[in-house]
Every structure is written in C-alpha cells, then in structure tokens.
Design a protein around this ligand. Structure first.
Ligand SMILES: *Cc1c(COP(=O)(O)O)cnc(C)c1O
Length: 225
C-alpha cells in the first residue's frame, strides 16, 4: 500500500476508535514512526499530510533531521527510544519531544542543554506498565515524585506519560492502568495533556483507555526489515 493510502487508513482507524470510545474525533494525535525507513519515506509521508515523526535511535534520528532540514520548520521530531545520559546534548538541541525520560539525571541534562532560543523540550515520562524487571520505565508508584521534579525544570515542559504495553492477554488491563495513572496525575494538579499510548496493533485499545497520541509505524510504512 502506498504511504498516502496507509496514512488515510490509519487516520480512519483513529477516528473510528474515537467514535467507539465516545471521544471527539480530534482527541488523538498521530505520531508517524519512521524508524528504519529512509528520509525519502518521511518526505513522502509529509507530502501526504504527516507532520510529527517518531525515531527510536538517536543517531538515525539526527541523520534524518539533517537530511530533511528544508522541511524542519514544518516537522515535529519525537525521540521514542531509550536515551542514555551521555547522548542527551544533540537530542536537547535538535528534537522537539522526548517520550522516554525515566530518570532525573537525564531530565536535568536535557534541561541544561536545551538551547535558550528554542521553546522548552516536550517530555513524557516512560512507565513500565507491565512491571517486568527487564523493561525500561518507571514503576507507577515512582511517577508522582519524578513528575514533580521534571515539571520544575526550566527548559523542559512535562506533557504526560508514555508506555508500551506488553502484547497478549494482559494488554487491555495495562492500557486501562495507564489511562487511570494519567487521570490521577492530572487530578493531582499537573497540567498534563499527553498520554502517548498505542501502536499499529493496539491503537484501538489505547484510544479506548484515553490515549491522546498513538505512535504508528508499520501500519503506515510497512513491515520493518
Ligand atoms: C517501533 C515503535 C512504535 C511503532 O510500532 P509499530 O508496531 O510499527 O506501529 C511505537 N512506539 C515505539 C516506542 C516503538 O519503538
């Protein structure tokens, strides 16, 4: 399927999921995940109307940002993969969002390194919602303390939470737990507007649970090598 048709089909899935969940059709943003696909594919998706792109690997993302510098003012670049504290500087300088903050040290470095002439860097805290020891992310009980610390950093804007629920029979409960955690943090007074939840295979469950941003790669660009 061409990128244009796949993008329209994904938008239709999002709209249908919003309707089923009784939510406004524009309640959920699409983040187009371009990891492993070349800059030319991002260019084609941009021509088809996509504006926000997600990358997992810092080096690959930086290379694509450079190749597409002519489109830079129109694009939003989101880092959705792990970030080590020794790689924060180019991310603070070149990305618009980071979805995977789970340690204060990384957040502090991103804030210190965010250039003064750019708007604050948008941040989501990554949650380990399956609770498996091997997974990155904060446990839910750790979230309120780090959220308060990150929200206080001057060059960051805490937008919300991100998670990657484990596929399988427990996925629905994990989506719902993320929706509940997000609502609880909002109720505590933090001005959060983003629940980054849902991918190609599970965006309907995520939207039913309250996702405001789905991260979709293979349904738009095809299977990754
Ligand atoms: C790869 C990736 C996605 C997109 O996954 P698809 O199944 O291709 O839609 C979303 N979020 C993260 C964190 C990813 O690594």
């Amino acid at each position: 399927m061409a990128i244009y048709e796949a993008l329209q089909a994904t938008k239709n899935r999002i709209t249908a999921a919003c309707v089923s969940a009784g939510r406004p059709a524009d309640a959920v943003q699409l983040l187009t995940v371009s990891k492993t696909f070349p800059a030319a594919a991002v260019r084609e998706a941009h021509a088809a109307g996509a504006r926000a792109f997600g990358e997992n690997y810092v080096q690959e993302g930086l290379a694509k940002i450079g190749e597409l510098i002519d489109l830079r003012p129109q694009l939003e670049w989101h880092l959705i993969g792990p970030l080590q504290s020794n790689k924060t500087r180019p991310v603070a300088e070149q990305f618009d969002w980071v979805h995977t903050v789970d340690r204060l040290k990384v957040a502090q470095r991103l804030s210190e390194q965010r250039p003064a002439d750019l708007p604050p860097l948008n941040i989501c805290l990554q949650i380990n919602i399956s609770g498996e020891a091997s997974k990155s992310g904060l446990l839910p009980a750790e979230v309120p303390a780090l959220a308060a610390q990150v929200a206080a950093l001057p060059r960051l804007r805490l937008r919300g939470l991100m998670a990657i629920p484990e596929p399988g029979p427990g996925a629905l409960a994990q989506h719902q737990a993320m929706g509940a955690l997000f609502a609880q943090l909002q109720a505590s007074g933090l001005p959060l507007d983003t629940l980054s939840l849902g991918m190609s295979a599970d965006l309907e469950a995520a939207i039913a649970a309250g996702s405001t941003m789905v991260r979709v790669g293979s349904a738009i660009f095809g299977a990754r090598a």
